[in-house]
Each structure stands twice: as structure tokens, then as C-alpha cells.
Design a protein around this ligand. Structure first.
Ligand code: LAC
Ligand code: ZN
Length: 458
């Protein structure tokens, strides 16, 4: 990067708040995806004013800018695909306001997700979306990806909770969207336009989030099924039961086998397991819900339904779900955790056809995920140092995405498009929709400086 530009940036953020040391630039080349791309410079910003001045300068000089949270994204959203500036938002990490009467929290984008939950807990409130990376990820990243998580089955995803935003546009202008009210029918919904826009339309500098009262009671159960089809029917059967579980997770046979062979957790030799959590306000309320759930599971030929009797037992059941990512390291050098989402009635069909794709290309796929909203995580095991396996992985991913769309689903339920799915946007979005998205991008960012190369927008 030219010295004169670096000097201008140093005047905006202070000379100690930028770096072009190789070791830093290498660190900023990655997120949690297999993609990488080296920036020319990284800056630590502290205020909306600094973001505004930086974007105005970058726009004038045509320098790409990638806003970055904690780098936990799984599809390359925070990877500087075209070099330029990485804008690290981690220091904009203040919770500006919690208002219980107005049922909202106002936060800066660098607030770590778990820290907001900690601050809300004394009020007996919570922010319902719950990405699996919650201990590290930032709320700015949650907005950028429209993050979901385990509880989305009942509570929905980030976009259902964003009431308003402060956004800096590519020009450096600062815009406020939305309101501090729980409802609004005023104007075009610019807030939603920015949620899930992966930093391609503007840089979010303040977020107003709707929050919810914590449920008083919860219960967990686990059910095992000899046939995958029965587990699939249990998921759809629940929708007739009048109960919406807060969490409904499914594990397929390959995932169960991973535990049987590589952990001391004692899982049965079955084709599928379902983990379920119900929330309510009294012990009777959760017992009623769990009875309904267990009835459905039994009517779908569950081999066993185990309701956790204590908090410790519940935690042991959830340990299974939470350990999957870590355990995959025992059987594979690299993993590609996808997040295709299908209508819930198509889950079994998706999983069976997925087995076919796995066999055809000779790469093991573990399937687990958020069955309660159709969001599965086919996690493809491969070795990134073997070009043949990488080539086969590409074929597997293409076929997985085609399959999701064929079943009227979507390429991504919660991780986003980023770099890894960009080439497949056209599978899901027709040419008119793609043209409309690109027109919006061009209007807001005419020189394509904001996170270029993502979502196939340029
Ligand atoms: C999960 C991540 C992969 O649910 O979305 O574990
Ligand atoms: Zn997930």
C-alpha cells in the first residue's frame, strides 16, 4: 500500500492502531473456513467516526475494505479476497444500553455474543439466537451472516431480533435504519437488507436488538431410532403435536459411529438419534410438552426415549452434540461443515440422497444439525493436502447444493454464502433476483470496495 495512503489512515486511527507486519497480515488472511487471502493493511477502529473517515478514503482510493469480527465464520466472509484493508471491529465492544421496559439492547458490533448473554442474565432476559461459536463470535458477525443456532427451531434467527442499525455506507455517510419499537411498518425494510449482507453493503457500527425473557424451566431428552425414516417422521410428527421444541437436533449413523469408535460416550448402534429440549415456565408446563414429544417419538418406533432427570444428565446429553466438531479431527485432516437447509418434510430424503453423494465420490459425510428448522450440517471429511480429494470435495459440495435446491431448500441456513458458496448462488436465485441484488450492491457501493468477491455480487 502506498505510503501516502498509510499516512492518511494513521491520521484517522492513530499510528499505533494499524499494522502491515507480515505476521499480522497472515493472521488476518484467515477465518474459520478453508479460504485465505492476504490484506495489505489491518486497522483497529474505535468509533463510527473513524469507520466513516476510513470508508470515505477507501472509496476515493478504490481500496477494498473487509470488516471483521472474531473470524469464526465458516465460509470465508472475513477473508480479504482482493487484499486491501481489514477493519477489525473487536474494540467497538461496548454494550451501550439494556432497556427491559423497551425490551431491547443496544450494542456495538464487536461485543462478543456470550458477553451480551451474561449482561442480560441478571435481568432474566436473553438474546434468543445462539450460534455454536457463541463464546467467541461477535454480534456484528451475527448480523453480517444472519446467524442462527440450536434454538432457531423455536425462537428464529438474528434477523428476527434486529430492530435497527447504524450503518456506515461506502461513501462514508452514516445511516440509521429501523426503530426502537417492537413493530414498525414504516418505509422499506433497510434493516433486514443489511442483516445477512456479509459486509458487502455497509459497515454496521451499532445494533439495536430485541431481547426476550428467559424461560424458567427446561427439559432435555434423547431418542434413538433403528431407521432414519422413523426419525424423519418423528420430526414432522412433532409439528402436529402442538409443541415446538426449543432445540431439536438430529445425528445420523456416521455421526453416531464417530462417537462409538472414538469416544467413551456410550451411544447405541442405531441409524439416528434426536436430542430435544423444551422450554416453559413451570415444571408442569415442560413435563406436559415433554410427554407430548415422547409420545410422538414412541409412535414413530423410537427404540429408546431417555428424559434427563437432572441438570447434569442433560448436560451429558448435550455434550454429545457439542463434541462433534472436535471429534471429527480424530478421523479426518480437514472438514467442510455445510449448512444446507430443506423443508422439514424433506429431511429424510435429503439424508438418504446425501449418502448416495458420499458413496459416489468416496468421501465420508457426517450429517447432524438443527432438524427442528431443517438446517443440516453435512460435514464432509477430506484431506486438503490431497488434490484428488479436494477435487472430489468440490463435486460433493456442488451436488449437495443442487440437492438442497431441488428439495426447495437453501444453500445456507445460518453460515452465509461468503466465498465458499459464491459460485452456487445462481442455483438458488434466478437471474432476475441476482440482477436485483447486484443493482442494490452497485447503488450502495458503486466502486465495489465493500468485501468484494463475496456472494457473487460483482
Ligand atoms: C453448528 C455449527 C456448525 O451448529 O453451525 O455446530
Ligand atoms: Zn449450526
Amino acid at each position: 500500500m502506498e505510503e501516502r495512503i498509510k499516512e492518511k489512515i494513521a491520521r484517522i486511527v492513530g499510528p499505533e492502531n494499524l499494522t502491515d507486519k507480515l505476521i499480522d497480515l497472515i493472521a488476518y488472511s484467515y477465518d474459520a473456513s478453508p479460504k485465505s487471502g492476504r490484506p495489505d493493511l489491518a486497522v483497529w477502529v474505535e468509533s463510527t467516526e473513524q469507520v466513516s473517515k476510513l470508508l470515505a478514503l477507501a472509496d476515493q482510493e478504490r481500496i477494498p475494505v473487509v470488516a471483521r469480527g472474531a473470524g469464526t465464520g465458516l465460509c470465508g466472509l472475513a477473508v480479504p479476497a482482493r487484499g486491501g484493508i481489514v477493519m477489525d471491529m473487536a474494540r467497538m465492544n461496548r454494550i451501550l444500553e439494556i432497556s427491559i421496559p423497551d425490551r431491547l439492547a443496544v450494542v456495538q458490533p464487536g461485543v462478543v455474543y456470550a458477553n451480551l448473554q451474561k449482561a442480560l442474565e441478571p435481568h432474566r432476559f436473553f438474546f434468543p439466537p445462539d450460534p455454536a461459536s457463541g463464546q467467541m463470535c461477535t454480534l456484528g458477525g451475527n448480523v453480517g451472516t444472519n446467524a442462527g443456532g440450536l434454538r432457531a427451531a423455536k425462537y428464529g434467527v438474528t434477523k428476527d431480533y434486529v430492530l435497527g442499525l447504524e450503518v456506515v455506507l461506502a461513501s462514508g455517510e452514516v445511516m440509521r435504519t429501523g426503530t426502537r419499537t417492537i413493530k414498525s411498518s414504516s418505509g422499506l425494510d433497510l434493516t433486514r437488507l443489511f442483516v445477512g449482507s456479509e459486509g458487502t453493503l455497509g459497515v454496521v457500527t451499532e445494533i439495536t436488538l430485541k431481547i426476550s425473557p428467559l424461560p424458567n424451566e427446561k427439559t432435555t431428552a434423547m431418542a434413538s431410532f433403528d431407521r432414519l425414516e422413523d426419525a424423519g417422521e418423528a420430526v414432522t410428527g412433532l409439528m402436529h403435536s402442538g409443541v415446538i421444541p426449543a432445540v431439536l437436533e438430529l445425528l445420523d449413523k456416521s455421526t453416531i459411529n464417530l462417537f462409538r469408535e472414538h469416544s467413551d460416550l456410550d451411544l447405541p448402534a442405531v441409524e439416528a438419534m434426536i436430542l430435544v429440549e423444551v422450554h416453559g415456565n413451570t415444571p408442569d408446563d415442560v413435563a406436559f410438552q415433554m410427554n407430548r414429544v415422547a409420545e410422538v417419538f414412541r409412535s414413530c418406533n423410537a427404540r429408546e426415549v431417555k428424559v434427563a432427570q437432572t441438570e447434569a444428565e442433560a448436560e451429558r446429553l448435550w455434550l454429545v452434540r457439542k463434541s462433534i466438531g472436535g471429534l471429527t479431527g480424530k478421523i479426518s485432516v480437514s472438514q467442510a461443515p455445510e449448512d444446507v437447509t430443506v423443508p422439514m418434510s424433506r429431511i429424510t430424503e435429503f439424508l438418504r440422497r446425501c449418502e448416495g453423494i458420499s458413496r459416489k465420490h468416496g468421501l465420508l459425510i457426517l450429517n447432524y444439525g438443527h432438524a427442528g428448522d431443517g438446517n443440516l450440517h453435512p460435514n464432509v471429511m477430506f484431506d486438503r493436502t490431497d488434490p484428488d480429494q479436494v477435487a472430489r470435495l468440490e463435486k460433493v459440495l456442488t451436488e449437495l447444493h443442487e440437492l438442497a435446491v431441488d428439495l426447495h431448500g437453501t444453500l445456507t441456513g445460518e453460515h452465509g454464502i461468503g466465498l465458499t458458496k459464491a459460485a452456487h448462488m445462481h442455483l438458488e436465485h434466478d437471474p432476475v433476483a441476482m440482477r436485483t441484488m447486484r443493482a442494490i450492491k452497485h447503488t450502495l457501493d458503486p466502486h465495489n470496495i465493500l468485501n468484494p468477491g463475496k456472494m457473487d455480487l460483482d
